[in-house]
Structure formats: structure tokens, C-alpha cells
Design a protein around this ligand. Structure first.
Ligand code: NAD
Length: 321
């Protein structure tokens, strides 16, 4: 069995490796050669933690396994990251454990890859202003990946805790772009692309604040009850997702579906756009919305890349298990 500790991942895997792996597995889902199993996520009644696991199988790459972990809100006081995850890969022919891979950095990279892929395929080609809602741990990864997809000229941002916005300003400045902290009216009026990556349980962005032609990547809602945008905004958008079953249960679409504003059969998996079965954005005025719920297949794809690279570079830690 191969072990890739968390602290070895950064040296092995690049954001572009992750983008390629995630794009490929989204396309495999559209071909029905890869699928996710139902997600388990529970409040365990210990340390206020939310624990769960996501699992799946890609018949094409034979990536089989799961990501286990969750959110431990008191970890910061212990000098640990609040979000903890580990990815386990199994041999699809024998069931033997093939690898254990630290999943914290990989989660941030695969999540950023998903929204970047949505921008690549769904945002207007002439998008110039990127709006960020959220400034937590994931946000800088999201911003860096998004900036690779279009010739953005400016970053505007809003956060529930405004003091955290300086980390986004730093990334924008590193990329040579102007940065402005704005209110949500201003953010919606100016942005061509908006990424939301918060842990909100109530709508932050309203339909009336978003202008025609905007692409939204809603990335924070990954649990029942969470919500980042008004359900009416989902209702006026052409809606795409990583996985329809997850979108309607734990994703941003859950609220619009519950209220009968949209139906499940109108949601399009992004893999269909990558594979060419769906043409994506229909016009320059259309609002497109990607509901990125975070799927096991993303985790398995990027963990497999880490294992392959560790083997190729001769740095894999192998144990008899
Ligand atoms: P974090 O704890 O580092 O940051 C939380 C963010 O939410 C901050 O910007 C904070 O200011 C904001 N926030 C907190 N309370 C809020 C409220 N009441 N209203 C609006 N905003 C509020 O978390 P993170 O690691 O950056 O993750 C952000 C979200 O993304 C979480 O909900 C997490 O579960 C989710 N996530 C999704 C995926 C995916 O694949 N879709 C992957 C990883 C994380």
C-alpha cells in the first residue's frame, strides 16, 4: 500500500494536474463510466464535528475509493486545520487498499478546479470582472484557479467577515490585478463571473443583484440546509452541476427544487458540456449557474494523480498492508 502524507502533496501535484483530472472525470460521468455513491454526512456529537464520507467508482481509470473526513470547528485552537480529510483508494480487481492520501490540500485544489472548469465552459469569453463572495480557506484557491480561465482585469469581493478580505486582495495583487472590497449590489452590478464559497445557511446574493450574462459558480453549499444564493436566482439561470443527485439534496439547487422553482430534469451535468452533448451557454445575456457540490470522483481522480506522480518520481512510501 502506498502512503502519501498531507505534507508531501504540495510537492507532487499542481493545480493544472488537478484541473485536467477533474475535467476528465466529469466527462467520464457523462459517459456513464463513472459514478458517485450516496453521500453520508453526520453531526457525530463529539467536538461539534460534522463527519462523513463520499465514495465512487470510475470504470475508465479504475479509481475506486472514498474520501473520509469533515469539519472540526475547534481545531484551530489546537493548531490544526478545521477541515480534515483523507482519501483511500482501493484496487478495483481485488479490493485491497491501494493507497492512503492526505486529502486537505487536494480538496482545495479539486474544488477550485471544478469552479474553474465551469468558468472555462460557461462564462462569456469577454468576462473581465471576477466577483468573489467568501474569503475563507477555500477562497484563495478558487480565486487563483479562476484567474487562469479568462483575461480578468479586476477582482471585486464581499465577505460576511470583511477583515478576511485581505487574503483575496493579496492573491489579486500577486496576479497584478486591482482589487476592491464592495457591497453585494456593487459586486453583482460589476461582475461577469461570481464565485460564492461561504458556509452560509441563508441566501447572501439575490436575483435582483445579478446582471444578464453573468456566470455564477456556487461552491459553498455542500450540506443540507446551507444556502448562498436566493432560490429565485437559481430559477432564472441555466443550471449546471457536477452531480444532479447531490445538487438536489445537498447542493445549492436543494432550495429551488424544494420550493418548486426548478425541477431536477432541467439541471445539466457539466460533463455533458465537456463531452459536447450539451452546448452550455445559449446566449451572451443568459445567466449560467454551476452548483458545485463536491463529488467523490473528484477526490479519487486527484488522489490517483498524486499516487501516479509519487510512483513516477520514486518518492512513494510503500508498506506491506
Ligand atoms: P472557512 O470556514 O475557511 O470560511 C467560511 C467562509 O464563510 C468565510 O468567508 C466566512 O466569512 C463565511 N461565513 C461564515 N458565516 C457566514 C454567514 N453566516 N453568512 C455568510 N458567510 C459566512 O471555510 P472554507 O474551507 O473556505 O469553505 C467554505 C465553504 O465551502 C464551506 O461551506 C465548505 O463546506 C464548502 N466546501 C465546498 C466544497 C465543494 O466541493 N463544493 C469543498 C470544500 C469546501
Amino acid at each position: 500500500m502506498i502512503i502519501i502524507p498531507e505534507n508531501a502533496v504540495a510537492e507532487l501535484v499542481t493545480p493544472s494536474d488537478c484541473l485536467k483530472a477533474v475535467e476528465e472525470v466529469f466527462a467520464s460521468m457523462a459517459n456513464k463510466s463513472a459514478y458517485n455513491f450516496p453521500v453520508i454526512r453526520e453531526a457525530i456529537g463529539q467536538a461539534d464535528a460534522l463527519y462523513g464520507f463520499k465514495s465512487g467508482f470510475d470504470r475508465k481509470s479504475l479509481a475506486l475509493g472514498l474520501k473520509s473526513g469533515g469539519f472540526w470547528p475547534n481545531n484551530t485552537s489546537r493548531g490544526l486545520t478545521n477541515h480534515q480529510s483523507t482519501i483511500f483508494l482501493f484496487d478495483a480487481d481485488t479490493g485491497k487498499c491501494r493507497a492512503v492520501v492526505g486529502g486537505n490540500l487536494l480538496t482545495a485544489l479539486r474544488t477550485a478546479a471544478a469552479s474553474a472548469i465551469s468558468i472555462k465552459y460557461l462564462a462569456r469569453k469577454d468576462a473581465k470582472v471576477l466577483g468573489m463572495i467568501g474569503a475563507g480557506h477555500q477562497s484563495t484557491f478558487q480565486l487563483r484557479a479562476a484567474l487562469q480561465q479568462r483575461q480578468f482585469e479586476k477582482v471585486v469581493a464581499w465577505n460576511f467577515h470583511p477583515e478576511m478580505l485581505c487574503r483575496l486582495e493579496q492573491v489579486a495583487n500577486d496576479e497584478g490585478l486591482p482589487f476592491e472590497a464592495v457591497d453585494l449590489d456593487h459586486l453583482g452590478a460589476e461582475s461577469d463571473v461570481i464565485i460564492s464559497i461561504t458556509s452560509s445557511f441563508a441566501p447572501v446574493l439575490k436575483a435582483a443583484q445579478v446582471r444578464p450574462g453573468t456566470h455564477l459558480a456556487c461552491m459553498g453549499t455542500d450540506t443540507k440546509g446551507k444556502q448562498e444564493v436566493e432560490a429565485e436566482l437559481v430559477g432564472i439561470a441555466k443550471v449546471f452541476t457536477d452531480d444532479i443527485a447531490q445538487a438536489v439534496t445537498i447542493g445549492e439547487c436543494q432550495h429551488a427544487v424544494e420550493r418548486g422553482i426548478i425541477t431536477k430534469d432541467t439541471i445539466i451535468e457539466i460533463g455533458a458540456v465537456i463531452g459536447g452533448a450539451n452546448h452550455g451557454r445559449s446566449s451572451a445575456d443568459e445567466i449560467t449557474l454551476f452548483d458545485g457540490t463536491g463529488i467523490a470522483l473528484q477526490d479519487l481522480a486527484v488522489a490517483s494523480v498524486a499516487v501516479d506522480l509519487a510512483l513516477a518520481k520514486g518518492v512513494a512510501i510503500e508498506i506491506d498492508f
